[in-house]
Write a protein that binds this ligand. Structure first.
Ligand SMILES: Cc1cc2nc3c(=O)[nH]c(=O)nc-3n(C[C@H](O)[C@H](O)[C@H](O)COP(=O)(O)OP(=O)(O)OC[C@H]3O[C@@H](n4cnc5c(N)ncnc54)[C@H](O)[C@@H]3O)c2cc1C
Length: 332
């Protein structure tokens, strides 16, 4: 460690949601000493509000074909191959992690949302229960769905069981530190009232979520606005800003998962929204394809413009995650 640093770790992970927790566990299991730093007083981010359905695949090649079709050339094949292989390995990984607290998991066939090649090899893992754990009392700060807290409980128990991982809460990372050749060698973190310069000899992992609470970034990257958040207040694009100031190139900024809904009536929550109650996903028919299904329930509302005219399909196949797209095209 040089004088320029106050502390040294092998790896620093920024953000303690699913991604940050999993990265810290993997780094520790590879022999690293890890600092996992979280900006908010509680860990969990958006992860702890989620449904907790973990995508997996019964066949890596089929998953690769599906990812190729749905990414449509925007993601390089080595990356897609790695994700597809990972999806086939995921049930075994989760089964191992779940031993920490005896959580019960179910792997079920759950075809992809669109009938592209390989969609029928996709699966879903649910953590159905964790012994002696109730999300409402275990994570009272997160009032989301049940599945996300169950998965996060597995992550958190695994983090806590590893002595090589130190966890800091209420400690936002603020800036990447680079050496004379421009390489990232540490990160400055606001911790217990002062800025601490932490060396990361093996790298800094930015797992600090998206920019659902950063209207300025949304304005630069998206056409549609306003886009209001129904989830984690700490996700203000800090990781993106840090990466950009270290010269990172960005990709996939045009797309976000979301739907339509209402502005939250509480003036203390100016960027918050309430989304429409989730409608079941449905899959457009593919001739002869197993698992095809048309709309699962009748639609019970329409969306109209200021003149009272209906202008969009209110119930696309994956409403909860793509419902905003037609509004994007019409409102501009
Ligand atoms: C209602 C809902 C249901 C969902 N259901 C599913 C589902 O069933 N299956 C699925 O796969 N996905 C689902 N998702 C999406 C999924 O939850 C997210 O993609 C995933 O949780 C993102 O994890 P993450 O670790 O990247 O981010 P997060 O969980 O948001 O974690 C990021 C963390 O970084 C912290 N942070 C931010 N800035 C800093 C900083 N400067 N320093 C330190 N920490 C910082 C944040 O406070 C936060 O805790 C759902 C999402 C929602 C909202």
């Amino acid at each position: 460690m040089t004088d320029a640093f106050d502390l040294s770790y092998d790896v620093v992970v920024v953000g303690y949601g699913f991604a940050g927790g999993a990265a810290a566990i993997a780094a520790a299991d590879a022999g690293a000493r890890v600092l996992l730093t979280e900006k908010m007083p509680n860990p969990g981010g958006i992860s702890i509000t989620a449904g907790g359905g973990i995508r997996a695949a019964s066949n890596a090649d089929a998953a690769f074909a599906y990812l190729q079709a749905t990414n449509d050339g925007r993601t390089d094949e080595a990356c897609l191959r790695s994700i597809a292989n990972g999806m086939a390995e995921t049930p075994a990984i989760i089964r191992e992690l779940a031993k920490i607290n005896g959580a019960e998991m179910v792997v079920r066939d759950y075809p992809g949302n669109y009938p592209y090649p390989g969609y029928d090899a996709l699966q879903m893992i649910d953590i159905t229960s964790v012994p002696n754990f109730d999300p409402a009392t275990g994570y009272p700060h997160a009032r989301g769905l049940k599945g996300g807290p169950n998965v996060f409980k597995i992550v958190e128990d695994n983090v806590n069981a590893r002595d090589q991982i130190d966890v800091w809460l209420s400690s936002p990372a603020e800036k990447l530190i680079r050496d004379g050749e421009g390489r990232v060698c540490g990160v400055s973190i606001h911790h217990e009232g002062k800025f601490v310069r932490v060396q990361a000899t093996g790298g800094v992992i930015l797992a600090s979520g998206g920019f659902e609470n950063a209207p300025d970034l949304q304005q630069q990257f998206w056409q549609l606005r306003p886009v209001l958040s129904a989830a984690a207040p700490g996700n203000t694009g800090d990781g993106l800003r840090m990466a950009m100031s270290a010269g990172a190139d960005l990709w996939h900024m045009w797309h976000f998962h979301g739907s339509y809904g209402f502005r939250h009536p509480d003036p203390a929550l100016p960027n918050a929204a309430i989304r429409m109650k989730r409608m079941p996903d449905w899959r457009p028919s593919a001739e002869g394809a197993p698992g095809s299904e048309e709309k699962a329930v009748p639609m019970c509302w329409i969306v109209v413009d200021r003149k009272g005219q209906r202008y969009m399909n209110e119930y696309p196949p994956y409403l909860q995650d793509t419902g905003h797209r037609e509004i994007d095209a019409v409102l501009q």
